[in-house]
Design a protein around this ligand. Structure first.
Ligand SMILES: Nc1ncnc2c1ncn2[C@@H]1O[C@H](COP(=O)(O)OP(=O)(O)OP(=O)(O)O)[C@@H](O)[C@H]1O
Ligand SMILES: [Mg+2]
Length: 370
């Protein structure tokens, strides 16, 4: 039997989590969900075939609230506990990218309604789908999610999701929102919609006392950033050799190697982001995928580094526009970074954004909001 609640309590007892009754209530609800999933016989099993019907699908959960409230933490705890083989946890944005890719393949086969086979294939692969950071920002997604998820759920798949927005706040003021409204109704009807919006932004609390901009580059700075990384991700420092890396897809068919990628936090060297021929698609992929980015090795920008400075500007603009938190080690404070001469004024907005990104207000903002 799974032990969501027991694990939550153990983390509190160990001092790794502060006791939070609202979180504990969610853990209890997730425990129910886990128990039901484990008890449910497989769809299509002999038992159900004999009864000539499908089991009642296990009711999922839609967990929403402000940043740093512990939604992803609880979902991960739950996901790690559920003892069923066919489970999948995925960042919602990545999932939708995959859906569009699968749709492209189906369309090339000239299927009448490509959404159906794609939904069927997804449902075939998992009985539990856990989505982190559900957010709808474009009409291509908005147009299909209702049919896609109605079909996926019709196969008895359980959906658990975290989001910064209540269902009826999703895709607010979006284009053709009327086509999206059935998706809201679906979420409200088929999932328990649970707010988790206590007073504490635990991520901010974890960052409290940690400066976000370290000068100069060097061991002291990298050590401090490394401590911040382990604090933000709850990864055991003793296990530092095993921090996962990841290759994320960049539109256009490329990939970007992320040397440390964990729980929405990525670590990069400045060289990888701005010395290589990277551009807005790479930066967008990062900004959508990670709520916090740590960059080491930001240099001063002299006249020889105009191209790099231009990329760095694009990178900061993109992170800023997506509310991504930035921690960095650099050779200078933001206002002294640019030594390029005449066109320093072009860098002024970057400086101003970098300053703002260090502020408590910015750090308390949600990922993906502008
Ligand atoms: N009760 C708690 N005590 C201490 N730390 C906590 C507690 N709950 C969550 N945290 C930590 O706070 C950080 C933020 O939590 P989490 O990532 O789950 O927030 P979130 O609600 O998913 O935020 P977002 O909306 O930005 O994705 C994590 O490092 C998490 O481990
Ligand atoms: Mg989260």
């Amino acid at each position: 039997m799974s032990k969501v609640l027991a694990r939550y309590d153990a983390l509190v007892s160990a001092g790794e989590l502060r006791p939070d009754p609202a979180q504990r209530a969610v853990a209890a609800r997730l425990q129910e969900c886990a128990t039901a999933l484990e008890a449910a016989p497989r769809r299509g099993s002999i038992l159900w075939r004999a009864l000539r019907k499908q089991p009642e699908p296990v009711r999922g959960l839609y967990l929403y609230g402000g940043v740093g409230r512990g939604k992803s933490m609880l979902m991960d705890l739950f996901f790690g506990c559920v003892e069923i083989p066919a489970k999948r946890r995925v960042h919602f944005h990545e999932f939708m990218q995959e859906v569009h890719e699968r749709l492209r393949v189906e369309r090339s086969r000239e299927v009448a309604d490509p959404v159906m086979p794609v939904a069927d294939a997804i449902a075939e692969e998992a009985r539990l789908l856990a989505f982190d950071e559900m957010i709808i920002t474009n009409s291509a997604d908005a147009m299909i999610v209702s049919r896609l998820f109605t079909r996926i759920m019709s196969h008895g798949v359980t959906v658990v999701a975290t989001s910064n927005r209540a269902p009826d706040q999703l895709y607010l003021n979006g284009l053709n929102r009327e086509h999206f409204l059935p998706f809201i109704a679906l979420l409200q009807e088929r999932l328990d919609v649970v707010p988790l919006d206590g007073p504490t932004d635990y991520r901010l609390a974890r960052l409290a006392g940690f400066p976000t901009w370290y000068v100069p580059n060097g061991k002291a700075a990298t050590d401090a950033l490394s401590r911040a990384f382990f604090r933000l991700t709850d990864f055991p420092v003793e296990d530092r050799a095993n921090v996962p890396a990841e290759d994320i897809a960049v539109p256009g068919g490329r990939t970007l190697h992320v040397p440390k990628s964990l729980k929405g936090v990525a670590v990069f060297s400045y060289a990888r982001l701005c010395r290589e021929p990277r551009g807005v698609p790479d930066y967008l992929a990062i900004a959508r995928r990670y709520h916090t980015v740590i960059i080491v090795g930001v240099p001063r920008f002299d006249a020889d580094r105009r191209n790099e400075a231009a990329r760095f500007k694009l990178l900061i603009d993109t992170l800023y526009e997506h509310g991504v938190k930035l921690l960095a080690a650099a050779d200078a404070e933001p206002e002294n970074l640019y030594e390029g001469g005449d066109d320093a004024f072009e860098f002024e907005r970057t400086v101003s954004r970098l300053m703002e990104m260090r502020s408590a207000d910015y750090l308390a903002k949600g990922h993906g909001t502008t």
